[in-house]
Write a protein of this length. Structure first.
Lengths: 492, 107
């Protein structure tokens, strides 16, 4: 135990804020190149234990940083993320770096283009450090399903960082990046952000382009940022959000000024507390931390209202049917023909497909492909897939009704703090229940922000999930900022 | 909803999904599938007669309330596509213009 505590002190480190770094870079007091070098040095020191980065794009990063320094020296206008070191979850493609999606089937795959989210970060001046570990094809809640080994939680390396964007959360927690990109299909940004004590954003479905995201479940997948504080997260989402001609599901609605929203008072806002999220299964220390956070919101002038989202208990079953059905279709593209692994044992086309997939996919991916194929197969479609889609509408409608009354909904992000490596690997169902508070928002398409809100007695971070209606990210940021400010002033 | 997936069904579904499961994987998959399907069977407690399935978030709001998804088709105009050479470099087997696979028809 004592060793872990000592390690904690060296591993957890808060990055400097984007505003301070940008100001320093613009004024010349900080060199973007030197900043990038400092990050690469920190990564070299801590990555062997944490296993956050799968590949580094050092040359690209230094070139980007040199351009920023040159522009700053000339007094040219700088992008909103000029010189800011960032990392990218490995399910998003970035030209010049491998994109493995945490899977052996894409080992050494070099994509020929940039995801729109990556391109937008680059356009904003960000310095791309490298690609970040995750559960295979974003399927998992602990980052233990990566073909390249698990990520460890910087707060306690014996524990998981959450998943599937575990590496993206751990990177920010250990200051191996100022901000990172993650993806969230059923909780994969929010739950790891909660476990690692950082801020994670689930944008509304359609707010951020998925072009260049290796698809898992297309009606659910979202791309969003991790950052060390609410303001930085709002800053990065402002860069990512907006219409993209390459993603037919992306929205043309104007993007709000998220930073401005974080500066607004929460006094007078009505916050809904759904009783179903505080029922059996919620760890008592997590509950206490969230209740303290709710009290702080009340002290800041919010009206707290108990509400009921009574179908919540059906969300995990619906999610695992819808997500696996879509995954079984999306993952059909990995067949050894156009990219990725092809079995050397194949003797004909059919055996090439089967052996390539059998050798390339890990157990959880196979399990989900089988479940999804089963749910879509003749004779079971109505009983499973159609039924799940019908209940999905009930769940989504329940949120719409709630948001006609309250401005935001506040819940724990996860039922427990970070669990130990290996604790749930033998029981897929127990692992799925780690997503119990996050999947409903995924199914409904609404947005949310998870913000650190206290800790357990063992010092493990607790995250509060702030949910808001479709395209109301500003409201989620505003409430999350109030929680963060109250936490900071409590510590001071 | 019938529960209880047999070994034959596991094999049939694996065949549909183009997965060639190893012998020792099959019992694990059968066990896990049954556990998960038993859990999702809770959905049967709900009467969903008459409820329209929700396939996409854009299905959600009533007509008139616009979520801004796909409200306009993109312009039907030529745009540059990916460089063939870069794409083909990633293929397991190619002649530069086409992807190559093992023979489809045995003679």
């Amino acid at each position: 135990m004592k060793d872990t505590t000592e390690m904690t002190e060296t591993l957890v480190e808060k990055p400097e804020s984007i505003a301070v770094l940008r100001e320093g870079i613009a004024s010349g007091s900080i060199s973007a190149v030197q900043l990038a070098e400092e990050y690469f040095a920190r990564i070299a020191a801590h990555n062997p234990l944490l296993n956050v980065y799968l590949s580094l794009t050092r040359q690209q990063a230094l070139e980007q940083a040199e351009q920023v320094d040159a522009a700053a020296a000339k007094g040219d206008p700088l992008g909103p993320l000029a010189g800011i070191p960032v990392g990218v979850k490995d399910v998003l493609v970035m030209q010049g770096a491998p994109a493995t999606a945490g899977s052996a089937i894409l080992k050494d795959y070099y994509p020929p283009y940039d995801a729109t989210s990556v391109a937008r970060l680059k356009m904003a001046g960000a310095v791309m450090l490298g690609k970040i570990n995750c559960d295979e094809f974003a399927m998992g809640s602990s980052n233990e399903n990566s073909a390249y080994g698990p990520v460890r939680n910087p707060v306690d390396p014996e524990r998981v960082p959450g998943g599937s964007s575990g590496g993206s959360a751990a990177a920010v927690a250990a200051n191996l990046a100022v901000a990172t990109l993650g993806t969230d299909t059923g909780g994969s940004i929010r739950q790891p952000a909660s476990f690692c004590g950082v801020v994670g954003v689930l944008p509304t479905y359609g707010r951020v382009s998925r072009y260049g995201l290796i698809a898992f479940a297309s009606s659910l997948d979202r791309v969003g940022p991790f950052a060390a504080n609410v303001r930085d997260a709002a800053e990065v989402l402002g860069v990512l959000a907006g219409y993209d001609i390459n993603d037919a599901t992306s929205s043309a609605r104007p993007v709000d000024h998220y930073i401005g929203e974080t500066e607004k008072s929460v006094a007078g806002l009505k916050i809904g507390i759904p009783e179903e999220y505080f029922a059996e299964g919620l760890d008592s220390e997590v509950r206490a931390a969230i209740e303290t956070g709710i009290d702080q919101l009340q002290a800041a002038g919010c009206t707290i209202k108990k509400i009921s989202l009574k179908h919540t208990k059906y969300a995990v079953p619906v999610y695992y049917l819808v997500a696996t059905a879509e995954a079984s279709a999306n993952l059909a593209r990995f067949d050894g023909v156009r990219y990725g692994h092809r079995s050397e044992k194949a003797t004909n086309l059919a055996s090439m497909y089967k052996l390539s997939r059998e050798e390339g996919f890990g157990p959880e991916v196979k399990r989900r492909i089988l479940l999804g194929t089963y749910a879509l197969s003749a004779g079971y479609y109505d009983a499973y897939y159609k039924k799940a889609q019908q209940v999905r509408r009930i769940l989504a409608q329940e949120f719409l009704t709630a948001f006609s009354d309250v401005d935001a909904i506040v819940t724990p992000t996860a039922p427990t703090a970070a669990f130990k490596l290996g604790e749930k690997t033998d029981d897929p169902l127990a692992m799925y229940l780690a997503d119990i508070y996050t999947v409903t928002a995924s199914l409904a398409g609404i947005c949310g922000v998870t913000v650190p809100c206290g800790a357990t007695s063992a010092g493990l971070p607790v995250g509060m999930q702030v949910l808001a209606a479709h395209f109301n990210e500003g409201m989620a940021f505003r409430v999350a900022q109030a929680v963060e400010s109250a936490q900071v002033s409590k510590r001071a | 909803m019938s529960i209880g997936v047999s070994m034959e069904e596991v094999e049939r579904v694996a065949e549909l999904a183009n997965l060639d499961l190893a012998a020792d994987e099959k019992p694990c998959m059968q066990r896990d599938l049954n556990a998960i399907l038993e859990y999702v069977a809770h959905l049967n407690e709900l009467d969903t007669a008459g409820i329209e399935p929700m396939a996409q978030v854009s299905d959600l709001l009533d007509a008139g309330a616009d979520l801004g998804h796909g409200e306009a088709l993109r312009v039907d105009a030529l745009r540059p596509s990916l460089d063939r050479k870069l794409v083909m470099e990633e293929a397991p087997e190619t002649d530069g213009a086409f992807f190559k696979t093992p023979k489809v028809i045995e003679r």
